[in-house]
Ligand binder design. Structure first.
Ligand code: ADP
Ligand code: MG
Length: 237
């Protein structure tokens, strides 16, 4: 469904991603683990069109998308949940969700979509009329994911949903991500928190210094040992 080949991208004179390749199959939940600063956010920004691709190709549903705008990508069904959530803090929870419906690629049944996301994140139900900025960190993450999900995407790019959250809240958020995946949405999840990610991903890559340094096959006991070895051998802060 998503195929990235020899991707090069960065900022100004700085090259961050060096000939990076990976793929995500339809319906999969794929993890990319890596320490702070290895280029995870840069990768997701490049996929979603916020950053320009310098070399290489990004193919999505058999169409090259490396040079199209984030808005057009949304239209193709790719939703990006950015690191740090970026919800509209002065708007209510409901308004945050409605904006996303307004930007969606197709006419959606607002009531149905709202019911669906609230079934995944019941925590938000009592908070619909509250300003986004008054939510807890965990609730803001749930809102950020809901905002992507409500527009009925086929692929969701998740950038460190666990960041800054207490372990119990991380568990809640990750269980919801698993339910989203179970319902058929394809997910590419970028994380520093290996323990949480390993609970839900079906396959994963480990990234270091802008490159993929390890690609897992089926995740079983033996694979887990290898991942730990590779991942914990890095400076994971
Ligand atoms: N806007 C920017 N301008 C210049 N360099 C940046 C910018 N954003 C990130 N970088 C650099 O790119 C590298 C990768 O950053 P990032 O993709 O945010 O890593 P990660 O998400 O894995 O923590 C880092 O060295 C970082 O300092
Ligand atoms: Mg990041």
């Amino acid at each position: 469904m998503l195929e990235i080949k020899n991707l090069v991208s960065g900022y100004g004179d700085i090259v961050v991603l060096h000939q990076l390749s990976l793929h995500v199959n339809q319906g999969e939940i794929v993890g990319i683990l890596g320490a702070n600063g290895v280029g995870k956010t840069t990768l997701l920004k490049t996929i979603s069109g916020l950053l320009k691709t310098r070399e290489g190709t990004i193919t999505y549903s058999e169409r090259e998308i490396q040079n199209i705008s984030p808005y057009k990508e949304l239209g193709l069904g790719i939703a990006h949940v950015p690191q740090g959530r970026h919800i509209f803090s002065k708007m209510t929870v409901l308004e945050n969700l409605q904006i996303s419906l307004d930007n969606a690629r197709k006419k959606l049944n607002e009531k149905q979509r709202l019911e669906y996301v609230l079934s995944l994140f019941p925590e938000l139900k009592d908070r619909l009329n509250q300003a986004g900025g008054t939510l807890s960190g965990g609730e803001q993450q749930m809102l950020a994911i809901s905002r992507a999900l409500i527009a009925d995407p086929t692929l969701i790019l998740l950038d460190e949903p666990s960041m800054g959250l207490a372990p119990i809240v991380v568990q809640n958020v990750f269980q919801a991500i698993k339910r989203i995946s179970d319902s058929g949405t394809t997910i590419l999840l970028v994380e520093q928190n290996a323990v949480a990610a390993l609970d839900i991903v079906k396959r994963l890559y480990v990234m270091d210094m802008g490159r993929i340094v390890y690609e897992s096959q089926q995740i079983d006991e033996k694979e887990l040992e290898k991942i730990k070895e590779v991942y914990l051998g890095m400076d994971v802060s």
